[in-house]
Design a protein around this ligand. Structure first.
Ligand code: UT7
Length: 323
């Protein structure tokens, strides 16, 4: 008997405030044309004053629970992928746990920046297949607007706020790649690249800091590493590119998404794209895209899905799952 972590529910939340590219034309030397042609981004959402990552995460988690027909009390564990937690501690995940009225399970944050949701999914899968949890809420939530340098045109135009969540549940499978649920994971990091994408502050340095990115360098790594990790994850479960129904990539840049799809031999008609509406929401981007993909009627039960992401660290990885 093989235990699989199967998606039973999915949901998302976006803050009300929509920020179009024209907003940045007012504050830095940029243009809508540049932002759209270099990144594919047309708009993003920014959290309201006082609205925190755990607020966004709670709304997304509740939506995922609702779609699964469950309540917060039914969950054994909550994993929240974020680099923008409300406080240094406790974890934003425990705040979500309290908001959902769950007191019997356990909750913790995972920090792998834009790859955070992939890392969180892999951890949730490990908890479920090892019998340490039966139902796990996996959330990606960010308020990157809080760590942007609004005088740096090369970064401030790229990021947004939001949250997405999936509810995973243990289910018996056959052990082959026709099972529903998470089929394979591939996680990587290389800390020698810390200087190409980082925030120049933190608890130990006693400041919040702002996001710094050598965009071209990160772009180069993304184009090389994302297809590689997706291929590794597919190979691990004996599948090839032609088995993929949907690629659900980290939504950082449409050019990275297109180039990775090409390397995977998957047409853009089989890629869920939300970057135009959300910008780069870091760890929230994949669960947001999964939820929007379901809402649009793109992703259906039984579809084979490949997620892939890369971000600060560098940290990157892929998860193959059957919806
Ligand atoms: O989620 C984590 C992973 N992050 C990513 O995957 C992001 C990866 N990087 C990228 O998406 C792209 O590198 C960017 C969108 C950040 C930049 O695109 P690019 O084609 O690599 O542009 P560039 O950085 O080479 O800049 C080209 C030019 C520069 O001017 P010069 O030096 O050629 O005169 C920049 O100064 O564009 C200039 N530029 C801008 N111009 C107008 C940079 N930002 C802007 C801007 N508006 N906002």
């Amino acid at each position: 008997m093989t235990i699989r972590a199967v998606v039973k529910g999915v949901g998302h939340y976006l803050p009300e405030r929509v920020v179009p590219n024209s907003y940045f034309e007012e504050i830095v030397d940029t243009s809508n044309d540049w932002i759209v042609s270099r990144s594919g981004i047309e708009r993003r959402h920014f959290a309201a004053e006082g609205q925190t990552t755990s607020d966004l995460a709670t709304r997304a988690a509740q939506a995922a629970l609702d779609s699964a027909g469950l309540t917060g009390a039914d969950v054994d564990a909550i994993i929240l992928a974020t680099s923008t937690a409300d406080l240094t501690f406790p974890s934003a995940a425990t705040m979500v746990q309290a908001n959902l009225g769950n007191t019997k399970g356990y909750a913790f944050d995972v920090q792998a920046v834009c790859a955070g949701f992939v890392f969180a999914l892999a951890n949730a899968n490990a908890l479920i297949v090892s019998g340490q949890a039966r139902r796990v809420l996996v959330i990606g939530a960010e308020t990157f607007s809080r760590i942007l340098d609004f005088t740096d045109r090369s970064t401030c135009v790229l990021f947004g706020d939001g949250a997405g969540a999936v509810l995973l549940e243990a289910q018996e499978g056959t052990g082959d790649n026709t099972d529903r649920g998470i089929l394979s994971t591939d996680l990587n990091s290389d800390g020698t690249y810390r200087d190409i994408l980082y925030v120049d502050g933190g608890v130990s340095t006693q400041s919040t800091g702002v996001l710094k990115m050598a965009g071209k360098e990160v772009f180069r790594h993304a184009v090389e590493k994302l297809a590689q990790t997706a291929h590794h994850a597919l190979e691990k479960v004996g599948l090839k590119d032609d088995a993929v129904d949907w690629v659900v990539p980290h939504q950082a840049n449409i050019r990275i998404i297109q180039s990775t799809a090409k390397k995977l031999g998957v047409g853009m008609d089989r890629v869920v794209v939300t970057v135009q509406d959300h910008g780069n929401t870091s760890a929230a981007s994949i669960p947001l895209a999964l939820s929007v993909g379901v809402e649009r009627g793109q992703i259906k039960q039984g579809d084979l899905i490949v997620t892939e992401a890369i971000g600060g660290g560098l940290a990157w990885g892929s998860v193959v799952l059957r919806w």
